[in-house]
Design a protein around this ligand. Sequence first.
Ligand code: NDP
Length: 234
Amino acid sequence: MSRSVLVTGGNRGIGLATARAFATAGDRVAVTYRSEPPPDANLLALPCDVTSAEQVNAAFDTAEQAHGKVEVLVACAGTHADELSVRMSDHDFDRVLDTNLTGSFRVARRAGRSMLRARRGRMIFFSSVLSNGSAGQANYAASKAAVIAMARSIAAEMGSRGITANVISPGLVTTEMTKQLSDARREQLLSRIPLGRAATPDEIANLVLFLASDAAAVLNGIVLTADGGLSTVL
Ligand code: NDP
C-alpha cells in the first residue's frame, strides 16, 4: 500500500537515494531541501531548513495537503563543521547540533503528533560510526551520539501506539559529505574498513526501506550499523 513518506535532506546523497527508493516502491514521497531541489519531478520538493521550526511546520503542512499525514519520516539532513575543539567556534558547535540533533527532533515532534493519532508510523534517524568520538569532530560526534538517545526515547514513548523509531549508523558512504575528506583521511578510513570499500547511497537507502517495511515491525529503538565492519576495529 502506498504511504506518505517525508525525507529531510532529500535533494542529494543518502536522502535522495532513499527518496528514489521509496518512490520506486510506489510510495508518495516528499523531500525537503535547503539549497537546490532534487532533479526528480516525481518527488514533492519542499524548501526547509531544519533549524527553523516554522519551515519544518510549513513543509509538513504542504506534504500533508499533497500526500496525507506523514507515515514514514526519514530524518536524513545533516551537516558538519570540522575543527579541533580548542579552535571550534560556538557558532560551528551550535550549528551542527542544531541541524543534526535539534533538526531531527523538530521533524520527529511534528511527525509524531499525527502518527500518534493514526496509531502507526515509522521514524528513521541518522547517526554515524563517529558518534563514539572523532578527533576534529566534537560537534558532529556529539550530535550523532545524542540522536541515538533521542531516537531511543521516542521509541520508548511511542512504541505502544504502533510507532517505531530506529537509527542507521553508517560508516563511510560515497556522497558530497565524504568527498570533502582529504585523500589521506579517506584512505585511512578505507584501509580500516574490513569490507575494504565505502557504502553507496543506494545500499543505505535499502536499509532505510527495510526499517520502514513490515519485515522490521518488531525493531524499535535499535541502531543498525552499516559500516562494512569499520566500528569493529575503531
Ligand atoms: P550530504 O552532505 O550529501 O547531504 C546533506 C543533506 O543534508 C543535504 O540534503 C543538505 O541539504 C541537508 N542539510 C544540511 N543542513 C541542512 C539544514 N540546516 N536544513 C535542511 N537540510 C540540511 O550528506 P550525506 O547524504 O552523506 O548524509 C546524510 C546523513 O547521513 C547525514 O545525517 C550524515 O551525517 C549521515 N552520515 C553520512 C555518512 C557518509 O559517509 N556520507 C556517514 C555517517 C552518517 P542542502 O543540499 O540543501 O544543503
